[in-house]
Design a protein around this ligand. Structure first.
Ligand SMILES: Cc1ncc(COP(=O)(O)O)c(C=O)c1O
Length: 375
């Protein structure tokens, strides 16, 4: 069995043709043709009024916070279990992240934990659709609404997921996506900010272009902003991928179903959850082991590696990371967030790149079960 990577895209001749066309033709008066098509198609797919193509999801979170006017002295609630990119932009704008505990089954932010973290200084929440799983958005929205708290939905990992008939990314004041090479659809590196709010969209346009409004004359900057633009070649790649999004998401769901068939009856292993009324796009097939098996995620990762299989650790709680040592809010979360600290040591992301076959999945599952000592 050859080496099995943990993630990777599905690129066809369509993507190659679109990028080649952008390289040859998206210049001069056509410089923006792929951005315009990509943004329009993306907003239609997600079901929002606006979409803004950006160089990363991190920049989309940064622009969301800035457009909402969040800054020094404000607090923003994030789940403890996520990639640091969800929280880092909170520090960029001078605000403080608060780390809320996660739900036992969805592994996303728990609405009760969100409620408990709220203080008079809380201005926003960034719920994360972790690995494609959806949090309890109705409860989160009700709490946020009651407290006048803005929502930035971090759908970086969840394009194609749905909650009560609406697509992931459409639940907040803004929604943000990543098109990193490991994601279900990719532009190499890239991101998107979506919103229904014209005020946030207009503000984002100014901030992403060095503080120049689109209506302003060239080289005329009303404030110091950012250079957050995507290239035409990336936008062309994104458009081609988006035009194939249904088959990309379907492929992810098929890969998950192969894992499910092999692992669902194995005692002591829990996989991604799909509550009724939701659709999980299963970006990362993830297994949590019962601690009673006595095997930590690092041991499992090592055993898989010895058999040529790449995997990833479930995120370490952000509050446990040296990056947040100096934050009192992180130190408090270390003892409070019992679910996050219980799940994280026993979770592994299994290979689910677009090149997975049923034979690879069977092989991974056999090695995994052997490593865990379960059958
Ligand atoms: C949950 C989450 N948020 C944000 C990001 C940041 O995305 P990007 O790498 O495009 O900035 C990622 C990327 O992997 C992510 O997984």
């Amino acid at each position: 069995m050859k080496h099995i990577p943990v993630a990777g895209p599905w690129i066809t001749q369509k993507e190659i043709d679109y990028v080649a066309d952008a390289t040859a033709n998206a210049w001069y008066e056509n410089a923006n043709m792929y951005h315009e098509r990509f943004e329009k198609a993306f907003s239609q797919y997600i079901g929002t009024t606006y979409a803004m193509a950006l160089p990363s999801c991190t920049s989309a979170i940064h622009l969301s916070l800035l457009s909402l006017g969040i800054g020094k002295g404000d607090e923003v609630i994030v789940p403890d279990l996520t990639w640091i990119a969800t929280a880092a932009p909170i520090t960029y704008v001078g605000a403080t992240p608060l780390f809320a505990d996660c739900d036992e089954t969805t592994w996303c932010i728990s609405s009760d934990a969100f409620q408990e973290c709220i203080t008079p200084g809380t201005k926003a929440i960034i719920p994360v659709d972790l690995y494609g799983n959806m949090p309890d958005m109705d409860a989160i929205r009700t709490i946020a609404h009651d407290h006048g708290i803005a929502i930035i939905e971090d759908a970086a990992e969840a394009i194609g997921s749905e909650y009560h008939g609406k697509r992931s990314g459409s639940y907040g004041d803004t929604g943000v996506f990543s098109f990193h090479g490991s994601k279900t659809m990719t532009t190499g590196e890239g991101g998107m900010l979506v919103t229904d709010r014209k005020d946030l969209y207009d503000r984002g346009l100014v901030l992403r272009d060095h503080g120049r409004a689109p209506s302003e004359k060239m080289f005329w900057n009303t404030e110091v902003g950012y250079k957050y633009k995507m290239s035409s070649m990336q936008a062309a790649l994104g458009l081609a991928q988006l035009e194939r999004i249904d088959e990309l998401v379907e492929r992810k769901r098929q890969i998950f179903s192969w894992y499910q068939q092999k692992l669902q009856s194995v005692e002591g292993i829990m996989l991604n959850y799909e509550p009724s009324g939701t659709k999980n796009s299963y970006w990362m097939v993830t297994a949590i082991f019962n601690p009673k098996l006595g095997v930590l995620k690092e041991d499992v990762i090592q055993r898989l590696k010895e058999s040529g299989i790449d995997s990833r650790p479930f995120f370490y709680p952000l509050s446990s990371q040296p990056a947040y040592n100096s934050l009192a809010s992180a130190r408090a979360a270390r003892t409070r967030n019992t679910v996050s600290y219980r799940i994280s040591p026993y979770g592994v992301n299994l290979p689910c790149g677009m090149n997975m076959t049923v034979e690879y999945v069977n092989y991974v599952c056999d090695v995994l079960k052997k490593g865990l000592g379960v059958e």
